[in-house]
Design a protein around this ligand. Sequence first.
Ligand SMILES: [Mn+2]
Length: 328
Amino acid sequence: MNTIVVQHIAEQIARAEHILLLTDERIDGDTLGSTMGLFHTLTNLGKRVDVFSPKPLPKTFSYLPMIDVIHRDHDVLAQSSIDLAIVCDCSDGAYLPPILAKMARKVPLISFDHHLTNPNYGTTNVIEPTAASTADVVWRFVQHVQYPITPNAAQCFLTGIITDTQVFFSANTTNAAIAAAAELVKHGAKLQDIIRANYVNKSTNFLRIWGIALERLFIDESFGGIATVVTRKDITDLGATPEEIESIAGVVSEFLNAVLNESHDVIVVYRETEDGAVKGSARARTKNVAAIAERLYGGGGHKFAAGFKVPNAKMEKLPNNRWVVRSL
Ligand SMILES: [Mn+2]
């Protein structure tokens, strides 16, 4: 971590009287964990802090301490006392310009992230593409500047690490993430609560969809790997919750990437969405799936974990249990 940048941010925080924290619009455990970890750390320093999220929060994360402080209302942005903004785990910043335009005045924007593709849109940027999660980047910053760490902050930071590494299962897991997790447990984070909330609490309907996905595995020549499909019909027939549906492609692709044998490097889970699109979630052990997803469908993400969305499309079944994306 660049010491000059860290000192600069510490000075900006020291001067700030009212800080606005922003999550990404793709709500996951890392954007919420890193943002709420900062919320607890900064309020503990005596700072006035507001948190804004552009999207509704899945119930999965209701265990995060004080998650209810997060505002969805744009009024929170217009407060003239806000003098610093910080965004966590937001890879491209595309949603930010209209949000920042609602603020009473232009303030410095600090961006903490770990996406390789981050274009450094912040006034100050701490981007560590080798980090397992934004939460462990923010945690290293907090340690570096020696802010006291509360059990609530530790619980939030550990949530980011655990969810972005699938409990240290996925290829992005680093020694630094494991070391950070051990430190956070010492500071009062409850690892078992995080695992239970994120990975154990699945409904029978969710597991039935998982069963369908396993049964449909096929060799997908477009990605050069193994793929499967979840259709709108599966979802309506089985009635999983919106959050379960939103998470299914990521969860199933992580699982398959972890358990399938070495003969298959790439995993893709295709899912038909309610708005008539096909979303894909791709994982790999060695190949650059972000590059393949970008070439085929204009998607992106990390080298070993990428996604894409094809609007106005559906999945079409071909002979021999193969499937393709078809434009409508
Ligand atoms: Mn992340």
